[in-house]
Each structure stands twice: as C-alpha cells, then as structure tokens.
Design a protein. Structure first.
Length: 143
C-alpha cells in the first residue's frame, strides 16, 4: 500500500492489530465455559451476571472493531483506485461515528471482568489510531 495518507508499515500494523483484537474478542466469547452448577446459588447468579456484562461489552466492542475493519479494507480499495478518496471519507465518517458510540456504550457496561476491561482499553487505544488515520485521509482529500 503506497497511499499518501499513511505509511505502508503503519497501515499493516494497524490492520494486523485490528484482526488480533477481533480474534481475541471472538475467542473470549467462544472459549469461556459457563460455570453454572458449581458453588452456591448466589455465586451462580453472580457468575451469570458477570458473564452477561462481559458478553454485552464484548459484543459492542466486536461490532465497533468489525466496522473499523471494513473501513480499513476500504483504505486498501482506495489505494488500489477502486474507490475515490471522497467515498473513503464519507464511509469513514459513518464508521468513526458509529464505532465511537459503540465503544462508549461498551464503556458504560458495569460489572465487567478485568480481562474485558483490558479488551476495552485495547480497543479504545486501537480506535484512537484509526481516528488519526481518518484525519490524515481527510487532510489528503482536501489537497
């Protein structure tokens, strides 16, 4: 990728990071075993509430990061001349706005586990990098 709005290595690192986050979120949801049936009733309720909170936050993060992935793929299409930079900016505005809201919604979920808090922090950090890329694309469009 030789787009003027991003260094090729930086883009590939951002793209790989996005895939890693999505994979981690998926793995968390699919690999975590339910612990119902062990311990007393209150412990089971607490574990299920924790699981529900975790699942809610992970789902919101997954949707946001998946949307970001689609926009990163559009960057590749714009670089290849398959779409123009105006289309990339238009799609980017929608993705950035909706993803930012989903990440805020994930931040609002209470009672999440430490590992999900870490996923949330990693997703937010990644999203800030994508927003910076988006700002570079907008500057390039204005040239």
């Amino acid at each position: 990728m030789v787009a003027e709005w991003v260094d090729e290595n930086d883009f590939e690192e951002l793209f790989s990071e996005n895939i890693d986050i999505l994979t981690s979120l998926r793995d968390f949801l699919t690999d975590k075993k339910s612990e119902v049936g062990e311990g007393d009733w209150q412990e089971n309720v607490d574990r299920q509430l924790q699981r529900m909170s975790d699942s809610s936050a992970i789902t919101k993060l997954s949707i946001a990061i998946s949307s970001v992935m689609s926009w990163l793929l559009l960057n590749k299409a714009a670089n290849a001349g398959e779409i123009n930079i105006g289309e990339l900016v238009k799609e980017g505005e929608e993705v950035i706005t909706s993803s930012e809201q989903r990440i805020k919604d994930a931040e609002a979920v209470e009672g999440i586990s430490e590992i999900v808090q870490n996923y949330r922090s990693k997703s937010l950090e990644h999203f800030e990098k994508v927003k910076n890329l988006f700002e570079n694309v907008k500057k390039t469009e204005k040239k």
